[in-house]
Ligand binder design. Structure first.
Ligand code: GAP
Length: 437
């Protein structure tokens, strides 16, 4: 019998630590608030997420170029982008215990959740960029900032990209990399972090095409998430109210997911107009326009941006895949991840260690092809299945005494727990077919 699963943040956090997906950074020194490390399985799964994202862009009928910008940026760049002036969140402080909160996270008519007193400060703006100093100088000219979004290195390289790559409007420039925000209250595990990773794509186009392309990307991005296995009913698009728009945006829609703590942003899709290129052109004094052969005139392209956090998507995938099933004698925890996202594609389980050699060799072959498998020859087969269920491995192959005689193996499916017998030499194909689906 399959009972309804109540998935909580606590269960996901515990699973992540227990199985080596995510660790609190510097755990043995009590961690650092809002900063996490990826463990062995988390590292594999994040790489799968990045690959799926890149693949989704490559499948489209547009040129998308990939870049990898620096994390540190100078003051001039962040002033031009508007971040130095505008990148802040409203903050209130409890005057009794000095705890600080995002104003939109607290009800100012109620007492402080930390100390129980009701004595709030005025709300003020708190700047969220991390500032640092290059070299030994303390002068303002050596100030640098950790990027709060990856997008700006795409805009400031626009001229370099078009002059070196022979691309024509419309085209996209995509980037995966770390971003940093001094969030007032990091929370919900990987949902709101201070150090996180973004996957951003800036799509440059003519102004008259921007609205249609904005619609196009809204649909594409929503489809992407169901394509990698997220339950479509738990996804929706929500257009921002005028008052919610970021300083650069003329229209934004969020792809939202229904988390246990409510519908929340998973990805932002923004019509940035030509705000960024115009600002950088104005502040740098460099021409950032393109020439239109049809009209024989120059123009600054508009941009439609798609921006999603690797970590937030990772958390979403775990929430969506997690389930607990009440079996006759035990509860089975299973991550129903899409095979392309699952960190381990298959477990190779010889019934006893002395039957292990054919699977040891197969494991090496599969890993050489970039297919991550686990070889595990100890413990009861039931316990080995449960362990693989919990980390989302789609298939477990078992090599038993019959295998040695007729070159067949058992394949056991994670979701249905059904088993069938296939030929040993079909294993590779079996896994590859699932990865193509
Ligand atoms: N360049 C546009 C931009 O950065 P954003 O809505 O601030 O827009 C885009 O961020 C995405 O980055 C979000 O949808 C979310 O997935 C992720 N993200 C933003 N802040 C985050 C944080 N503090 N922790 C984890 N992910 C975050």
């Amino acid at each position: 019998m399959v009972a309804e699963t109540v998935v909580t943040l606590e269960k996901i956090t515990a699973l992540c630590k227990r199985r080596g997906f995510i660790f609190q950074t510097a755990d043995i020194y009590n961690g650092l608030n809002g900063v996490y490390d990826s463990g062995p399985l988390g590292t594999l799964m994040k790489e799968n997420i990045r690959q799926a994202w890149k693949q989704s862009l490559r499948a489209l009928p547009y040129d998308i170029l990939f870049v990898d910008g620096a994390i540190l940026g100078n003051e001039a760049m962040w002033r031009a982008s508007g971040h130095i002036e505008n990148f802040h969140d409203p903050l209130v402080e409890c005057k009794a215990c000095n705890a600080r909160f995002r104003t939109d996270d607290v009800d100012l008519n109620k007492a402080c959740t930390r100390c129980g007193k009701k004595d709030w400060s005025e709300s003020r703006e708190f700047h969220m960029m991390f500032k640092t100093q290059l070299g030994a100088s303390v002068e303002q000219a050596s100030a640098a900032y950790l990027r709060p979004e990856t997008a700006q290195s795409i805009f400031v390289n626009f001229k370099n990209i078009i002059s070196s790559s022979r691309v024509k409007i419309p085209f996209g420039v995509a980037q995966i990399g770390k971003a940093f925000r001094n969030e007032i209250t990091p929370k919900q595990f990987l949902f709101r972090m201070r150090e996180f990773e973004q996957m951003e794509m800036e799509f440059f186009c003519k102004h008259e095409d921007a609205q249609n392309l904005f619609e196009f990307w809204r649909t594409e991005r929503l489809n992407f998430f169901s394509h990698i296995g997220i339950t479509p009913e738990k996804l929706r698009l929500r257009a921002h109210e005028q008052t919610e728009l970021s300083h650069y945006s003329s229209a934004t829609s969020d792809v939202e997911y229904e988390f246990p703590f409510g519908w929340k942003e998973l990805e932002g899709i923004a019509h940035r107009g030509n705000y960024d290129l115009s600002q950088h052109s104005k502040f740098s004094g460099k021409e950032l326009a393109v020439f239109d052969d049809a009209t024989k005139s120059s123009y600054v392209p508009d941009v439609v941006e798609c921006s999603v956090g690797v970590d937030r998507l990772f958390l979403t995938l775990l929430f969506d895949a997690y389930s607990e099933e009440q079996l006759e004698k035990e509860t089975r925890t299973v991550l129903r991840l899409h095979p392309r996202i699952a960190p381990v594609k298959a477990a190779l389980l010889p019934l006893v260690d002395s039957l292990g050699e054919p699977f040891r060799q197969l494991a090496r072959e599969l890993r050489m092809q970039g297919i991550e498998v686990q070889f595990d020859s100890s413990g009861s087969i039931g316990k080995r299945y449960r362990r693989q269920d919990e980390i989302g491995t789609p298939f477990c192959f078992t090599y038993d005494y019959q295998s040695a005689e007729d070159q067949s193996v058992t394949v056991r499916h994670r979701d249905s727990m059904q088993q069938e017998r296939i030929a040993f030499d079909q294993i590779q194909n079996y896994i590859k077919q699932a990865l193509l689906a």
